[in-house]
Design a protein around this ligand. Sequence first.
Ligand code: PEP
Ligand code: CO
Length: 448
Amino acid sequence: MPPTEWSPQSWQERPAEQQPSWPDRAELDRVLKELAGMPPLVFAGEARRLRGQLAEVAAGRAFLLQAGDCAESFTEFSADNIRDKLRVILQMAVILTYAAGVPVVKVGRIAGQYAKPRSAPTERVGDLELDSFRGHMVNDDLPDPAARRPDPKRLVTAYQQSASTLNLVRAFTMGGFADLSQVHQWNQQFVAASDEGRRYEQIAGEIDRALRFMAACGIDLGAEATLHQVPFYTSHEALILGYEEALTRRDSLTGDWYDCSAHMVWVGERTRQPEGAHLEFLSGVHNPVGCKIGPSVTADELLDICARLDPDRVPGRLTLISRMGATAVTETLPPLLEAVRDAGHPVVWACDPMHANTITSDGGRKTRRFDDILLELKGFFEAHRQVGSYPGGVHVELTGDDVTECLGGLGDILEDQLHLRYTTTCDPRLNARQSIDLAFRVAELLRG
Ligand code: PEP
Ligand code: CO
């Protein structure tokens, strides 16, 4: 296909996978026009700041923690829910910073993660053959044909809900909740009583002592903004391209285009076709962008993706999120690491140890084994060690709640317990205890 002149709508000339069949085109156009007139959710300068921090990751001087829901929900939307998710991400970041001694760049799968790609267009629920649930930005997850009809008005709700989520995230992270003196407060009750919680509490105690020591030495801790405020960035899969286009704005300072729906956006394993609409869209926005890569990707295909998304070889511009599977990672990843290094792309390499390790339990629930997740992480770090590249980050699905969605962990969730608190609308997430345990394991791998 001949190269097109990029514009926020040039993706429309390309084949776009995973787009809903909106029943009413006129209604969709009206909604997209409305969105195009709404204020941006994030600012170009913030996205540039994140790009700069990811450049530090690419250079091996920082670590990326990207975490949050598989699919955010319109119905499970509350301040407590957002606070608890932030808590566990802040805890993980503290563990990584303290135990591995690296600055951690914190990016949530939050404030916009409302659209889901699906492997099949329909799914069976009991006796019903239903259109697949595609995220609350598109349709509802209820097992009812009417609920599964794509409704463009949901795009506006997604925007509004992203705006209120972002407002809370900003208030929590800049307004005192993320203050380092609050480290004990982040440990939720059900976590504090567990082995993982006690291990965390120990670090929190050491941080307290270090802060008291510095204060006793006469350092004015109140004046140190970095102790009281935490830069926290938002990200989601840029799936529904009409929505992303409507929120794409030209930065008045640089004249460059930014997708102002989130600081970082990524393209998924099912929509990363080099000639496809999603890559075309991402290629022209100046946000830091990500691309998931699964075991089927070839080195040539990956280099094609890198050339399109990072033609100027800008550090921190591109994050490659590897999701190969617990056993496949050892074989598949090293040649890809070499190919990207030899082509001179200063990318961030992150490991998503979740999406290629999804299984169906005997009871028919989608789940993941905590041990498989750890195994993929280990393989990811080993592959980098072998090649001499830097394992720059992790990308995980989690919640602050005490859910029973992934098997194993120190709390040893068993197959017949999955139904107890299984609340995800899409993929199984780590609960708070499993997330904290995972952070300790990653810190060990990083210290390696
Ligand atoms: C996801 O991140 O929720 C997802 C669908 O991932 P992938 O594109 O890697 O399958
Ligand atoms: Co998922």
